[in-house]
Design a protein around this ligand. Structure first.
Ligand SMILES: [Cu+2]
Length: 127
């Protein structure tokens, strides 16, 4: 005989078990300094939910410019991007989290649109 309290406990356990199998966001960190990305290459797996954690440790404003990558990804909080959704503007000292699910496997351009002339370029791979 299972009492109501036991049923509730079972449901709670079931919910927790289901929650454990739900796709939790995987964190990828990208740090900006003057004038490079650390690391300069990001590798994602397609259809995996990510938290892209950005920190600008530089004294200058930097941009995470990756228009094709952002266009092919499903972005949960597109307000973190500029209006065209081509880049994320990062003020000095700023941190931002972008939650996204990369779509199409491939290699994508990554640059800082302000400092690519100074070698602030990198790449993104979606596996
Ligand atoms: Cu920059």
């Amino acid at each position: 005989m299972i009492g109501n309290g036991d049923k509730f406990a079972l449901l709670t356990m079931l919910a927790m078990a289901l929650g454990a199998t739900a796709p939790a966001a995987e964190t990828l960190n990208l740090v900006m300094v003057d004038y490079r990305f650390v690391p300069d290459h990001l590798t994602f797996r397609h259809d995996v939910h990510y938290r892209l954690h950005l920190e600008n440790h530089g004294k200058e404003t930097h941009e995470v410019t990756a228009p094709t990558f952002f266009a092919t990804a499903k972005i949960d909080n597109p307000d973190a991007l500029n209006r065209e959704h081509s880049e994320i503007v990062m003020q000095p000292g700023e941190t931002k989290d972008v939650f996204l699910t990369p779509g199409k496997p491939g290699t994508y351009d990554l640059r800082c649109s302000d400092h690519d002339w100074n070698g602030m370029v990198g790449g993104i791979t979606v596996e």
